[in-house]
Every structure is written in C-alpha cells, then in structure tokens.
Design a protein around this ligand. Structure first.
Ligand SMILES: *Cc1c(COP(=O)(O)O)cnc(C)c1O
Length: 400
C-alpha cells in the first residue's frame, strides 16, 4: 500500500483517473511556482503559527460543535451535532481557505490577489483576506451575478477590492473563472489566483482541502470530548466540495458513513439541477478532469440551484475518487426540500442556515428515521443564512 505509485494525489495531482492539470502552456509556470511554495510553507513553522493565530483571533476558530437537541428530539432518532462554520468571520467556511491563500501569496512575494465569484461569498472572503494581508485585490464577477448580488458587490468594495464585471458567455461563475485565469496568465509575476474550492488544476484541489481540513480535525476532537466516541455518520453539502472534504478528511481512515449532498434543483429529470453524480459524466473543465454536467457533444450544460454556492457544473476530483472507493456516498436535495429544511432549522433551533447547508440538513432529516437514538450524526453547517433571507422571501412571495 505504501508504494510511491499509490500516493494520492500523485505528483501531477491525479486522484486516480481524476484531477490533473489541463491548462494552457502559459499557466504552467504559475501552477508549478504555487505548488512549490505550497509544499514549502505547509510545513513552515512561521507560516503555520501565523495561520493558527489568525484562525483563532480573526476567523473565530475553533467553531463550536453544537448538539442540536431540539432537532434531535423532533426527529426522534439519532443525536445530531452541527459543526458551526456559520459562526466563522464573514459567515461561512470559505474564509478558512481565503486567509490561508492570502498569507501564502504574501510569503511568495505577491502583491495582488484575484478571484472569481458567483454569489459573491468567495469574493467577500478573498477581499477580506487581501485586506488582512495588505494586498491589492480584484474580483471577477459575471454581470448577471453582479445584478443579483448587489450587497456582496458593495461589501467587496468596502473591503477595498475592485470588482470587474464579466460580460462574456452566460455572464456567471464559469465565465468569471475564465477571466480570472486570463488575468493570472498575464500578471503572474505579482498576482496570486485564489481559487475558492477543491477544484481546478493541481495543486488547488489538494491545497484547498488541506486548508479546509481544520473543520474535521476540530470536529473529531470535539465529538470525542462530548461523546467519548466517533460519530456514525457525517453529512455535508457539495458544491465544488470544499466544506465537505474539509469535514470528512480527518475521518477517512475510520469506518464512518459519509454523505455528500448535491443540489437537486427542480429534480434530475427537469435538467435544472447541479447534481453532477446523479446526472453528469466524466469530462474536462476549467483545468480539471472530473464529473461534469455536459451534453453528448461535451458542451457544458447550464445548472440550477436555489443556493448559488452549489450551482456549478463540475465537482472536485477527490470526490470522484472517494466515490469510486465507496468511502463517500452522494445524494441530492431539491430546492423545495432545502427550503423546508431552511425553515425547520430556523424555527426549531434558532439557527438560520445558508441554503447550501440546508441541503445537508435535509439529508440528516432523511437518514435520521432509519437510525437509533444512540447513533450520532455530525452535519456541517457550512454557512449562515443571512445572505439568503431576501431570496427566500422572494420565493415565498413575501414583499419586504
Ligand atoms: C460556497 C459555499 C458552499 C459550496 O462550496 P463547497 O466548496 O462545496 O464547500 C457551501 N456552503 C456555503 C455556505 C458556501 O458559501
């Protein structure tokens, strides 16, 4: 098992047949420079110490592992614990990765951060990291998303970032990623590209996973302290896959059921969803080989989800690999189910979850009915729902 050839990912970033580095020649030097820097600093005492202090005093880590007593009682089954990433500074787990990459960029001598953003969450996290690290910041965002997310656009500007409108293609996330990659190619000398999830060309999937794995490391310690044993089941939503792998990673060697929940949108048959494992196939997209929603000719399909953070055509390569190994199961929750869970958790626990996280809550409600009272589930509450209340009101036909 310990043969070098079995190392995952391998030196080129392959998780089995997935992952890799499918980019134009012009981007290779930037990726190789980043990979070298990451390899160096992930073991560097000063870097790790600086990161640790900021995780504690800036992000607010460790986030609590909260026993959701009301929800557990309401469901009448297992004990449900919530890993409270919603209590992170800026409201979600994305900051864990963004500040780590900002610190890394500064150590690499970069003076400028760029990033793409869809709903604006990753843009806000990156702008926050840039402000903290004293770096310039430019965020690429599709004009369609700029229109829908005016509040986050203003937040980024307050944080000192320049927000650049992308008017190409579908004017959404994937077009913003293309523009950010183009910028990086041109400005690689002084610029670092902060990718927001466990996707894209190597080393991003493994680097972002490592920066998010703090979630599971803490949860493991916390559940041992609270229950003196490991949980029976872990549940998290899967957009690109960073909050889920962040929780799961510290438990991969244990025999624990793990469930990733994708966005089922209006249902798989409707074609309006982002359930890559339920409706996708193997393809190459934005630097990475993975499951992808595409037509027969390989054109990337449009996606839909009520939660912007899950609304993406592909998924991190390590997820494909772990799915093949049957380490992680993947399912989906529809918009309607997620909205129901959004309201349930708000009312019953006094916690308004992000719509993304509400997908994970949906699955907890589903599996609870087949588990006994002694079982333990940990659900990753990836973010808070403040950003979603307006949209939920709109869907319910309530005028604010
Ligand atoms: C962005 C986001 C997600 C999805 O991204 P992952 O990389 O799959 O974690 C989930 N929840 C929240 C709150 C988000 O902002």
């Amino acid at each position: 098992m310990n043969k070098k050839s079995d190392k995952v990912p391998d030196s080129k970033g392959h998780f089995g047949q997935y992952g890799g580095r499918f980019v134009p020649e012009t981007l290779m030097p930037a990726l190789i420079e980043l990979e070298k820097a990451y390899r160096k600093y992930r073991k560097n005492k000063d870097f790790l110490q600086e990161l640790k202090i900021l995780q504690k005093d800036f992000v607010g880590r460790p986030t609590p592992l909260y026993f959701a007593g009301n929800l557990s009682e309401y469901l009448g089954g297992p004990k449900i614990y919530l890993k409270r990433e919603d209590l992170c500074h800026t409201g979600a787990h994305k900051i864990n990765n963004a500040i780590a990459q900002a610190l890394l960029a500064r150590r690499m001598g970069k003076t400028r951060l760029i990033a793409e953003t869809g709903a604006g969450q990753h843009g806000v996290a990156t702008a926050t990291g840039a402000a903290l690290a004293g770096l310039e910041c430019e965020i690429y965002m599709g004009s369609e998303d700029i229109r829908r997310q005016a509040l986050n656009v203003f937040r980024m500007k307050l944080l000192g970032a320049k927000v650049t409108e992308v008017t190409l293609g579908s004017k959404t996330l994937k077009d913003a990623i293309n523009e950010a990659l183009r910028d990086w190619t041109t400005n690689v000398r002084n610029t670092h590209y902060v990718l927001g999830t466990v996707f894209g060309p190597h080393p991003y999937p493994v680097m972002v996973r490592d920066f998010q794995s703090i979630i599971g490391i803490e949860a493991r310690e916390q559940i041992m302290k609270a229950e003196n044993r490991l949980p029976d089941c872990l549940i998290a939503c899967v957009g690109g896959g960073s909050n889920s792998i962040g929780l799961f990673h510290a438990f991969l060697k244990d025999n624990i059921r793990m469930i990733g929940v994708e966005a089922g949108g209006h249902g798989i048959k409707s074609g309006k969803h982002a359930a890559r494992f339920a409706g996708g196939s193997l393809g190459i997209f934005q630097g990475c080989k993975s499951y992808l929603l595409q037509d027969r000719d390989g054109n990337v399909l449009g996606t839909h989800s009520v939660s912007a953070g899950l609304d993406y055509a592909s998924v991190g390569p390590e997820h494909c690999y772990l799915r093949d190994l049957r380490k992680i199961e993947y399912t989906y929750a529809t918009d309607r189910e997620a909205l129901r869970a959004f309201e349930l958790l708000s009312k019953i626990e006094g916690i308004i979850p992000a719509l993304e996280s509400a997908h994970a809550i949906t699955e907890a409600v589903k599996v609870a009915s087949s588990m006994n009272k002694k079982s333990i589930i940990i659900v990753n509450l990836s973010g808070r729902g403040d950003k979603d209340v307006q949209e939920v009101a709109r869907i319910k036909g309530i005028r604010l």
